[in-house]
Ligand binder design. Structure first.
Ligand SMILES: Cc1cc2nc3c(=O)[nH]c(=O)nc-3n(C[C@H](O)[C@H](O)[C@H](O)COP(=O)(O)OP(=O)(O)OC[C@H]3O[C@@H](n4cnc5c(N)ncnc54)[C@H](O)[C@@H]3O)c2cc1C
Length: 629
């Protein structure tokens, strides 16, 4: 039945949020790339919330953009609302969040993919991996087409053995009644990968014209929106509001009265759900003392009447869902257009992956996205770009790119996954990062654009612009350090800001360090260079105000990097390391960390084990060196 349908450098299975980034990265790095997906009308589809960004997730989108990825540009073209969250708090938690026109988002991502050189987009269902001598060299599709390649990236999301659950109704399906991906799950298992069963859920969609908005609170976007991509300077997208309402006492009663019909509690659902994105029935049970829960009504797009009911993810039976909806202020007469549901799917246990996202079991096979146990478009995109970069570098015979925990949330996420694993769908939070002040929304380019340029994903023109911006910011900080200001010049401004007057001439920097003084307040006496954009001024302000904290974190990073530079030979036999605790021996043998730094983050490996390992490595390196000389 099979026939050779094509030969490529890289094959990416699945055009979801991970797959699109993987395929674009590999093709833009010059690899002939095939992007194979079940349904071309579902490219970059958002099966759940029509939004991109928020705390930690927004940071990842900035990082994808700084590396040369697509998600940031795509959402800047298609947003229907943009808001910077947490502006009342420190810059580490400032996070951009956009409401997307999910249909336009798909349209533009597909268009970008279709217009990218070296990239072939094809509809088809991958069913089998071709593995020869431990190396993945291609795939076979449902139609018997055989595609050969030097590296394969699997990004199948929530489709692997997908099963939809809605009350008593259970059926095999991917999201939105798409075909599930069943045989590929078996092929992954046949090639030595262990799978785990996870679950996630989505809320109903309702018709705009049946909502009584007068009973809700408007949630508008920012007047002067910021953007995700460093390339976006302007947008005339008209913004649409979201609306806030709450569950009522009746809502809670309906749910409590029907818990016996809730698959979550009747044991029908096997998969583990996301801790930080619970269903409404889960919230009502877990937070029984809470009188009401927030519900956001979010438009799914500019040219549709569908509204997403955020906060009401559920797998209750259809009739109960309707009762729940109509018990909420503003939704009393609502028409439900799509039911909420839960979906169970297979994921790969991520400790089976190297930090490059290549599988340990099969050479040349990479996985990215929800299949690695995460939840979220942004988490998927962040892994997708790294897997695509590393599949291309594998083909090009180059070392893999690994983002450090101090370089980006992408690094934090991947390191957490491959070093610690996850027991439920992993969602990124700012609290997962040790160096939050270094991993900010504003400085993703400083952290990652040089790397994006080095690997060929950032153009010369963009890099030159980045270097110029960096130089201007650094020069401005230096200028303010040497610029003297007299009391008579500064005090009117300080007074207006409720800041203590100065009695003698000081440098401008010392004024800017004051929490109540913003850069914009000093512009009248600082003669700001015209070239300095608002974004650059913000960076000047942050780097001056937080200089002390940043320095402290950089010292911590230096200590971390020392441990990361202590590499562990890949042929180490942990059974031979005397004194290691048996749990540590087992975990080290299973995860095979690349460095002492990574080893120290494995659950169950104690500081005592690390000391023993360090002594062993010293001896090992001495012996190896003696043998080499
Ligand atoms: C019902 C539901 C609720 C969700 N709720 C949330 C939530 O509340 N919060 C949150 O953060 N995230 C949620 N998500 C998750 C979010 O959708 C995913 O995290 C994100 O889409 C993952 O991106 P991905 O690229 O890994 O996979 P996906 O976006 O799922 O894309 C996978 C792609 O692979 C293709 N594919 C699969 N198998 C094959 C095959 N064998 N051959 C070829 N192509 C294949 C599919 O057609 C699809 O295009 C939810 C998802 C669903 C389905």
């Amino acid at each position: 039945m099979g026939y050779l349908a094509g030969e490529f450098d890289v094959i990416v299975i699945g055009a979801g949020h991970a797959g699109c980034e993987s395929a674009l990265a590999a093709a833009r790095m010059g690899c002939e790339t095939l992007l194979l997906t079940i349904n071309l009308d579902m490219v970059a589809f958002m099966p759940c919330n029509p939004s991109i960004g928020g705390p930690a997730k927004g940071h990842v989108v900035r990082e994808i953009d700084a590396l040369g990825g697509e998600m940031g540009r795509n959402i800047d073209k298609t947003f229907i609302q943009m808001r910077m969250l947490n502006t009342g708090k420190g810059p580490a938690v400032h996070a951009l969040r956009a409401q997307a026109d999910k249909f336009l988002y798909q349209h533009y991502m597909k268009k970008t993919i279709e217009e990218t050189e070296h990239l072939t987009l094809r509809q088809g269902m991958a069913e089998e991996l071709i593995v020869e001598d431990g190396r993945c060299v291609g795939i076979v599709t449902k139609t018997g087409a055989e595609y050969r390649a030097k590296a394969v990236v699997v990004t199948t999301g929530t489709y692997l053995r997908g099963k939809i659950i809605m009350g008593e109704l259970i059926y095999e399906s991917g999201p939105n009644n798409q075909q599930p991906s069943v045989r590929l799950a078996q092929s992954l298992k046949d090639n030595g990968l262990e799978l785990v069963r996870f679950k996630t859920g989505t809320p109903p969609r309702v018709h705009r014209d049946t909502i009584d908005f007068s009973k809700t609170e408007i949630q508008p976007g920012d007047e002067n929106p910021k953007f995700f991509s460093y390339e976006t300077e302007y947008s005339d997208n008209e913004q649409l509001p979201c609306w806030l309402t709450y569950t009522s006492e009746t809502t809670h009663k309906i749910i409590n009265d029907n818990l016996h019909r809730a698959p979550m509690f009747s044991g029908v659902i096997e998969g583990t759900g996301p801790r930080y994105c619970p269903s409404i029935e889960d919230k009502i049970v877990r937070f029984a003392d809470k009188p009401k829960h927030q519900i956001f009504l979010e438009p799914e797009g500019r040219h549709t009447s569908e509204y997403y009911v955020q906060g009401l993810s559920t797998s209750m039976p259809e009739d109960v869902q309707l009762d729940i909806l109509r018990s909420i202020p503003g939704l009393e007469k609502v028409e439900m257009m799509r039911n909420g549901y839960a979906i169970e799917y297979d994921a790969v246990i991520p400790t089976q992956l190297w930090p490059s996202l290549e599988t340990k079991a099969v050479d040349g096979l990479f996985t990215a996205g929800q299949i690695n146990g995460t939840s979220g478009y942004e988490e998927a995109g962040g892994q997708g770009i790294i897997a695509g970069i590393n599949a291309a570098r594998k083909v090009q015979g180059k070392e893999p790119v690994i983002i450090g925990r101090s370089q980006g949330y992408i690094g934090v996420m991947i390191d957490d996954l491959v070093t610690k694993g996850t027991n439920d769908p992993y969602r990124l939070l700012t609290s997962r990062a040790e160096y939050r002040l270094l991993l900010r929304h504003d400085n993703a380019d400083l952290r990652l654009t040089p790397l994006g340029y080095e690997i060929g994903l950032i153009s010369e023109a963009r890099y030159a612009k980045f270097v110029k911006k960096k130089e201007l910011v650094e020069a401005e900080v230096e200028r303010l350090r040497t610029l003297k200001v007299k009391p008579e010049e500064a005090n009117p401004i300080l007074e207006a800001a409720g800041s203590a007057a100065i009695t003698q001439t000081v440098d401008m920097l010392s004024l800017l360090r004051r929490p109540e003084i913003a850069y914009t307040m000093l512009e009248s006496i600082a003669e700001t260079p015209d070239e300095l954009s608002e974004e650059m001024k913000e960076q000047v302000e942050i780097s001056v105000k937080y200089a002390g904290y940043i320095e402290k974190q950089l010292l911590q990073v230096e200590r971390l990097n020392k441990m990361e530079r202590k590499l562990i030979p890949d042929d180490i036999v942990y059974e031979e390391v005397k004194g290691l605790a048996s749990e540590a021996r087992q975990k080290l043998g299973q995860i095979r960390p690349l460095s002492i730094g990574q080893a120290s983050r494995i659950g169950g490996v104690t500081p005592a084990d690390i000391s023993i390992l360090l002594v062993y490595l010293e001896h090992y390196n001495r012996v190896t060196a003696a043998r080499g000389s």
